[in-house]
Design a protein around this ligand. Structure first.
Ligand SMILES: [Zn+2]
Length: 216
């Protein structure tokens, strides 16, 4: 099984991926981690990649594709993997298909967790964090007993800058404009599976498993 999971910020992509990796014994291929490791080993590609990251830019398609290609050629990526943080552009998606096809392989499925924008906004904008112990609450779904005060330690609850409405909106817009071409690309290739992300974690996971089972 060779899969990748897509979904907007706040859709639970990370935890769903983690569970899939454990249950299906998938090799976790994360570009972020590969960039760091390659950099630590002092490799040219890693050093170049980190230069992009330090400047707050996306690593170029060329470098990213090269690092992914090297990784996919390793033995533990032969049978099954979950790709994380890649592809980020349509060019990368095309390059991935080419690499896999050279290896006589292909993607099994692209899982797209779909959540309405309004619901993500509600989930994220209502989030509150304790300044003292870091415990998280939600004004609507998981309110503290006393407004603005942490149940655990009595600390003050606050809203992180990342969770403020303009910041969330901005991140969602960036996500949409960047991923739309990739989603369209995979739709055209017939490997896209849309999963309703507006349910509990367990229900989303159940739907993903069912979709994967239906493939085989
Ligand atoms: Zn607290």
């Amino acid at each position: 099984m060779k899969i990748l999971v897509m979904g907007p910020p706040g859709a639970g992509k990370g935890s769903q991926s983690q569970k899939l990796i454990e249950d299906y014994d998938l090799t976790h291929i994360s570009t972020g981690e590969m960039f760091r490791k390659s950099y630590e080993r002092g490799e040219k590609l890693g050093i170049e990649a980190m230069a992009y990251i330090h400047e707050g830019n996306l690593v170029s398609d060329e470098i990213t594709n090269e690092i992914v290609r090297n990784r996919l050629l390793k033995k533990d990526a032969e049978r099954c993997f979950l790709l994380d943080g890649y592809p980020r552009t349509e060019t990368q998606a095309e390059a991935l298909d080419e690499m896999l096809s050279e290896m006589n392989s292909k993607l099994t499925a692209v899982i797209n967790i779909v959540v309405d924008k309004d619901i993500i906004l509600e989930r994220m904008v209502g989030r509150r964090v304790c300044r003292n112990c870091g415990h998280t609450y939600h004004t609507k779904f998981k309110p503290p007993h006393k407004e603005g005060i942490c149940d655990k330690c009595g600390g003050e609850l606050y809203q992180r800058k990342d969770d403020q409405i303009d910041s969330v909106r901005n991140r969602l817009n960036i996500y949409e404009s960047k991923t739309k071409p990739i989603i369209d690309y995979y739709k055209g290739r017939g490997v896209l599976i849309n999963i309703n992300g507006m349910q509990s974690f367990d229900a989303v996971y159940r739907d993903i498993k069912k979709a994967l089972r239906d493939l085989t």
